[in-house]
Design a protein around this ligand. Sequence first.
Ligand code: MRU
Length: 344
Amino acid sequence: MELRTVEWKDDSVVMIDQTKLPNELVFVRYTDYNDVANAIRTLVVRGAPAIGVSGAFGMALAALHSSSKTKEDLLSDLENAKKILFETRPTAVNLSWALEQIMQIARKSETVSEIRDDVIIKAKQMAEEDININKKMGKNGAELFQENDTIMTHCNAGALATVAYGTALGVIRATNESGKNVRVIATETRPIQQGSRLTAFELKHDGIDVILIPDTAVGYTMANDLVNGVIVGADRVLQTGHVFNKIGTYQVATMAKQHNIPFYVAAPLSTFDLQSKPNDVIIEQRKASEVTGIGDKKTAPDDIDVINPAFDMTPPELISGIITENGVVKPPFKESIKQLFPAN
Ligand code: MRU
């Protein structure tokens, strides 16, 4: 069975509850956009493209259930829903991109019923496009890997971080589908363990060879020639090629540079932010309890001070290439990224 992280079904949003994985595969159904916002906030759904599409479906619920009788009132309800959905998580740019795409469609539509229909159609299209884009990215990225390569990945940039197929794991899937046998080393990805809970679950579910390591074994596995390449996803890519992704990505990239191992990022064009500078990007800071315990077990002294950023920034000089649906861009990124967006 192909994993569908989030979808529109019978006028509601259905998603896998990722907080329950890998122990239970449970689906939740929402009919109120406030519940979708809460699901994004509490990591029921996570991963940049998945939260983008979930945001779009949240807007579709807001349009569907608004009691507004005029276009102006409905647009105002949608602006309100957009604000609530936007405030859930600050780092992945796909969320604001998706919300704005929906608002543009709503503003163009003429009547209340047209807005409702057009917003729902657009959100459903965005979900389908996400899968097509991931498959294109997969094909483009598959060229970069060889038969029998072992590829390291960090966090989860798979089917569970998108609607289906995945970005970084999509490239691994496509490499396998092209007939090259590759295997994966997944980092555990403390503190929320997207690597062990989600990447290891998803790859095993799909029959792809995967080995789990603690985050602290990244250097060991690279120094012992166990890794041929690294591929990760991204929450935001700047015009300069700075990549924001799960905390720890910067360490993995630095270690890859030290061992001359190519480090790739797979990101759709909707993850690019051509306006922001590195210091403009808000890094989500999460609660201390994620670090001071594992599950219900306390693993640190009471009242210890904690720094718990959810993301970090990898500078362009550590990145060998960025795989997109429109091709693979290589350094110098300032020039190559510009060519991805000819209209800007
Ligand atoms: O906090 P999360 O689980 O939402 O973080 C997810 C990541 O950092 C992913 O690597 C990123 O969103 C890319 S997903 C295709």
